[in-house]
Ligand binder design. Structure first.
Ligand code: PBG
Length: 328
């Protein structure tokens, strides 16, 4: 005789092996991109801890290569580079200089680790004296169209240095198209653009601005980065960047914006990246250092949630640690 029984979800949770068999989302090394901060200095072995991001460093070229080498040995496949130039100016000259710090770092890493996928952040804020992501008008407003040529020049200089993927993070309108045209006209039609299409004006970037020494000297980035309250606007940004030729789209930050990531996953078919940003890193680190949470487990839960929501790629400062965790 059959009687009604309730749903017995616990059957598939009974043993570790059964849980392994039915797990829907698994983090692998192919999911991860590790960000690095490289400093323009004569001291190759320069290595300065970033106070607000325990475990992360500003690195000279030699120290960068050594650190990346250890990560590659653990299985790292992709790195994202940010530069700290020796000098900043109003026109962000260091961003597109042929021998700028990111350009040097790209060629160094490609020479040392030819199989490493080197992604470059394309933005001006680390290179401008005022710390904004574009050119300023006399009134101090960030000017959109005059900035596009400089962004395109920056992306081109990265490609010439050997970058495998360029990732514009400035949030100027039209920059994906400007970069695509410039790359194509100069023989780099094979280089993909990973667009920070959906980038919010987030307080979670705080620690990064110490790391990259890129805090705006005045005002904020709200006239170009998105209002955290808006979800439909994210769909318009994504559509615009796809129309301009973006090969991959990014959502940033990650955990507070999983709804956006999930909605984008439903509405488009390009690979999606999520940036688990500096503030998300620092919060977990601080709580773990206080003994309030278990670092390994909260890190793995976080990146699993990001992947489950729809990310194909996760940019995270925990990438090197995760490579250790998933090998255990
Ligand atoms: C450059 C850029 C920023 C981040 C990535 N690219 C800073 C910002 O927009 O203020 C933030 C990354 C992080 O917080 O980890 N525009």
């Amino acid at each position: 005789m059959h009687t009604f029984d309730f749903h017995r979800g616990r059957r598939l949770r009974r043993t570790a092996v059964i849980r392994d068999l039915v797990r829907e989302t698994i983090i692998t090394r192919h999911d991860l991109i590790m960000p690095y901060f490289v400093v323009e200095t004569a001291d190759e072995s320069f290595e300065k801890p970033i106070g607000a991001m325990p475990g992360q460093f500003q690195l000279g070229l030699g120290a960068l290569s050594a650190r990346v080498g250890r990560a590659v040995a653990k299985g790292l496949q992709a790195a994202l580079l940010f530069g700290l130039p020796a000098k900043k100016d109003e026109r962000a000259s260091g961003a597109y200089a042929a021998n700028g710090i990111v350009q040097q770092a790209v060629s160094r890493l490609k020479a040392d680790y030819p199989d490493l996928c080197v992604v470059t952040d394309v933005c001006l804020c680390e290179y401008t004296s005022h710390g904004h992501c574009g050119m300023l008008s006399a009134a101090g407003e960030v000017q959109n169209d005059p900035t596009l040529d400089l962004l395109a020049a920056t992306a081109l200089s990265h490609a010439k240095a050997g970058a495998d993927i360029v990732a514009p993070s400035d949030m100027m309108d039209g920059r994906v198209g400007a970069i695509r045209i410039t790359l194509d006209e100069n023989g780099f039609s094979h280089i993909p653009v990973m667009s920070y299409a959906v980038k919010y004006a987030s307080s979670f970037y705080g620690p990064f601005r110490e790391a990259a020494e890129s805090a705006p000297a005045f005002g904020d980035r709200k006239s170009y980065q998105m209002d955290p309250a808006n979800a439909r606007e994210a769909m318009r940004e994504a559509a615009a960047d796809l129309a301009e030729g973006a090969d991959m789209l990014m959502v940033k930050p990650a955990l507070p914006y999983l709804d956006i990531l999930h909605a984008l996953r439903q509405s488009c078919d390009v690979p999606l990246a999520a940036y688990h940003v500096s503030g998300e890193y620092s919060m977990l680190k601080a709580a773990a250092q206080n003994g309030w949470i278990d670092e390994k487990r909260t890190v793995m839960e976080s990146v699993t949630a990001i992947k489950r929501a729809g990310a194909d790629l996760i940019i995270t400062y925990f990438a090197e640690d995760i490579l250790d965790y998933i090998r255990e």
